[in-house]
Design a protein around this ligand. Structure first.
Ligand SMILES: NC(=O)c1ccc[n+]([C@@H]2O[C@H](COP(=O)([O-])OP(=O)(O)OC[C@H]3O[C@@H](n4cnc5c(N)ncnc54)[C@H](OP(=O)(O)O)[C@@H]3O)[C@@H](O)[C@H]2O)c1
Length: 326
């Protein structure tokens, strides 16, 4: 698998693995199947697994801990802290205080069964807590060897600059895909100016860009059912985006997921998407996207096609949107 570098020295496979759905948010879980997918991902050369202490909580880190115990594969784990929630309840509060970061980090180390977290993200910035204090707390965890690198999720350009002035940030993780282009305006250029890597989450539009979930019928408890973009009228309005991807992918002899991932990879060498899957077949599909090259004409056709199909619906509820670009 092709390798990429986040920041100055976090070397990872060009495509990572989003592990969130293996625990919750996207329907029921099956640990046996998920463990097989984790092993298979490592065999296929994916060495960058993405989790958070709030996925499950804390089932997802425990699952990865179980995988790590039974594998010698050199997998780097990125986890996150800062969102506080209870199992089965999507309501949350934020905590970025250094003391909380330290306690959360120790919990994650224990559940993962490792001595050091490879990349430790602030999952959401708490606006009322100075990012400088959070970064000083994280820098202390680096000095003690508990974490190797620092990342920030869904931050504004200004917060990134302030944070980076205290300690280098290796990666920003924000939603970015064919139907979520906002990062291109400000945060991606700022990452580039500071040599910070960029990790697009939900690179398949939570599955919508693959042609699935077009009717908004989700299993009980699926988080997507609450998102504005997945309401019936928005889905109808957005269908043209999925259709365009499906048409271009079919013509090229690849899958829609591969087109969506290849488009992200083509945005720059500093980009490492982390598609999430619970299935072996989709894992193979996504890994093969690293081999797909889109021509200039195809990139231009995508650009023109998307201009004619503006997305309908916010990506989070009004409450969720308060946590982004902070
Ligand atoms: N920092 C944050 O705030 C944040 C927020 C959300 C997510 N994340 C991270 O980003 C990762 C990825 O994002 P995501 O899981 O939300 O969305 P995603 O990767 O855009 O999409 C995942 C969905 O697409 C389906 N899928 C995956 N590969 C497919 C393929 N080749 N063909 C058809 N369907 C496919 C999956 O279903 P199957 O399981 O059936 O394959 C799942 O329903 C997460 O796992 C998590 O680690 C971070």
């Amino acid at each position: 698998m092709l390798k990429r570098t986040l920041g100055t020295d976090l070397h990872v496979s060009a495509i990572g693995l989003g592990c969130m759905g293996m625990s919750e948010f996207y329907g029921p879980r099956d640990d046996e199947v998920s463990l097989r997918v984790l092993h298979e991902a490592a065999e296929l050369g994916i060495d960058f697994f993405d989790t958070s202490d709030m996925y499950g909580p804390h089932h997802n880190e425990e699952l990865i801990g179980t995988f790590l115990k039974s594998s010698k594969a050199p997998v780097k784990v990125a986890t996150k802290f800062g969102i506080v929630r209870a199992p089965g309840d999507y309501r949350r509060s934020l905590d970025n205080r250094p003391d909380y970061a330290r306690a959360a980090c120790e919990g994650s180390l224990r559940r993962l069964g490792v001595e050091q977290i490879d990349l430790y993200y602030v999952h959401r910035v708490a606006a009322e807590q100075p990012i400088e204090e959070t970064m000083e707390g994280l820098a202390a965890l680096i000095r003690e060897g508990k974490i190797a690198q620092i990342g920030l999720c869904e931050v504004s350009a200004e917060t990134l600059r302030r944070a980076h002035a205290v300690h280098p940030v290796s990666a920003v993780q924000t939603e970015y895909s064919l139907w979520t282009r906002e990062p291109e305006t400000e945060i991606l250029p700022t990452c580039r100016a500071l040599s910070v890597g960029f990790v697009p989450y939900s690179p398949l539009g939570r599955g919508f860009l693959t042609g699935r979930f077009q009717d908004g019928a989700f299993e009980e408890g699926d988080f997507r059912a609450s998102l504005p973009r997945f309401q019936k009228t928005a889905l109808q309005a957005n269908r043209g985006i999925a259709d365009l991807i499906a048409m271009m992918a079919a013509r090229k002899g690849i899958t829609p997921a591969q087109l969506a991932l290849a488009w992200l990879l083509a945005q720059g060498d500093d980009i490492v998407p982390i598609p999430g899957t619970k299935r072996s077949s989709n894992l193979h599909d996504n890994v093969a996207a690293a081999e797909v090259t889109l021509s200039e004409d195809e990139m231009a056709e995508i650009e023109t096609g998307l201009l004619a199909r503006p997305v309908t619906g916010e990506r989070y509820t009004a409450e969720g949107m308060k946590g982004v670009n902070v």
